[in-house]
Design a protein around this ligand. Structure first.
Ligand SMILES: C[S@@+](CC[C@H](N)C(=O)[O-])C[C@H]1O[C@@H](n2cnc3c(N)ncnc32)[C@H](O)[C@@H]1O
Length: 339
């Protein structure tokens, strides 16, 4: 698209598709993309389309705030990249001498700086170079910096140009039900798709087990499940007679708790770190037995996350199969067997 207007929008996590449909119903010529951080969408539409007014005037259920942005910049996690962000903000040429402004940063991902660091550093530089004045209470302009791991979206807007809508639908399931239910679907699919044979006499290790969806399914299939997670299990799972909850990190489990016939890992941590833990714990898994690991897409570089993880896992595992299961768009699942 040439002459494109760009916006960032929020929705309730898990309802991005509904929010996307809602936006496309009102603005059919828009492009709406998921940003790989739950509840965040990037909208592009012809600059002649006044997206903010359209969304303001129409009833919506899934869309939260909508912020116009001027540019997307590739960045790394290094603090030195903030200078480039500052240069790009200057290049926008939208802030004048004496103008009152505030810098608002929201950062997602891992970086050498915090959101506050960004606000302070870029606010200070803009004051120095332009003679604009930071005014936290009554700014005429807001410099927005929204960072999604390796992309920074920058914008300069008036406060009334940011639209805040009430999200009316938050959950598909009743309170307390959803995480368990969704996780259960995921494991059932993996067992079916990878054709995993699970025998009643199995001992299973479940890493990153809370709130306990996977543990609950496994406890219905096998003799004993050891569930590892620093977080609490749901009381309905914790009370099952054939589970043991080790309330600690996977890195810290005792080494004498094996052997296991199956290891599953749904920890929401960096894929490479997760793979290294799987390699460290591989000696707890019987030879040729199956392990499952979900790879969380912490950036859009999905292929690299999967290939980095497998390169590490190869030290102790074989027969890799990778499938993106329909129940989760933010991760993929690796099947493997112990060498
Ligand atoms: C997506 S949830 C798991 C959901 C679970 N499979 C279920 O069915 O309910 C991810 C879990 O990983 C846990 N986790 C993150 N880092 C961990 C670590 N180093 N060791 C163990 N658990 C970890 C978190 O506490 C969180 O409960």
């Amino acid at each position: 698209m040439s002459n494109v207007g760009m916006y960032l929008a929020t929705s309730s996590a898990g309802f991005e598709i509904e929010a996307k449909k809602e936006i496309l119903r009102l603005v059919p010529n828009a492009e709406v993309h998921s940003l790989f951080f739950k509840g965040n969408l990037l909208i592009k539409c012809p600059s002649s389309t006044d997206l903010i007014s359209i969304l303001k005037e129409n009833e919506t259920r899934y869309v939260g705030s909508i912020t116009p942005v001027n540019k997307a910049i590739k960045i790394s996690k290094k603090k030195s990249d903030l200078k480039r962000v500052y240069d790009e903000i200057l290049n926008l040429n939208m802030l004048k001498k004496g103008e009152r402004f505030v810098v608002c940063c929201k950062r997602r991902g891992k970086h050498e700086f915090t959101s506050r660091d960004v606000e302070r550093e870029i606010g200070g530089l803009l004051e120095e170079s332009l003679g604009a004045i930071v005014d936290l209470k009554n700014p005429a302009k807001i410099v927005t910096i929204q960072i999604f791991q390796d992309i920074a979206f920058i914008g300069i807007v008036r406060a009334d140009e940011i639209l805040r809508k009430e999200i009316k639908v938050f959950r598909k399931y009743k309170c307390g039900e959803r995480p368990l239910t969704r996780a259960e679907h995921k494991l059932r699919e993996a067992i079916r798709i990878f054709n995993i044979e699970i025998k009643p006499n199995f001992r299973v290790l479940d890493l990153g087990a809370a709130p306990g969806g996977w543990t609950k399914i496994l406890a219905g299939l096998v003799d004993h499940v050891i569930s590892v997670d620093p977080a609490d299990l749901d009381p309905s799972v914790k009370s099952l007679p054939n589970i043991t909850h080790l309330k600690c990190k996977a890195e810290d489990i005792p080494r004498n708790i094996g052997p296991f016939d199956l290891i599953v890992n749904d920890m929401n941590i960096e894929p490479l770190k997760s793979a290294k833990i799987m390699v460290k714990l591989a000696d707890l898994l019987k030879k040729d037995s199956v392990a499952l690991m979900t790879v969380k897409f912490i950036t859009r570089n999905r292929k690299k996350h999967v290939s980095d993880a497998i390169d590490t896992l190869k030290a102790k595992y074989k027969d890799f199969k990778v499938r993106r299961l329909p129940h989760n768009r933010y991760e993929t699942t690796i099947y493997m067997r112990r060498t």
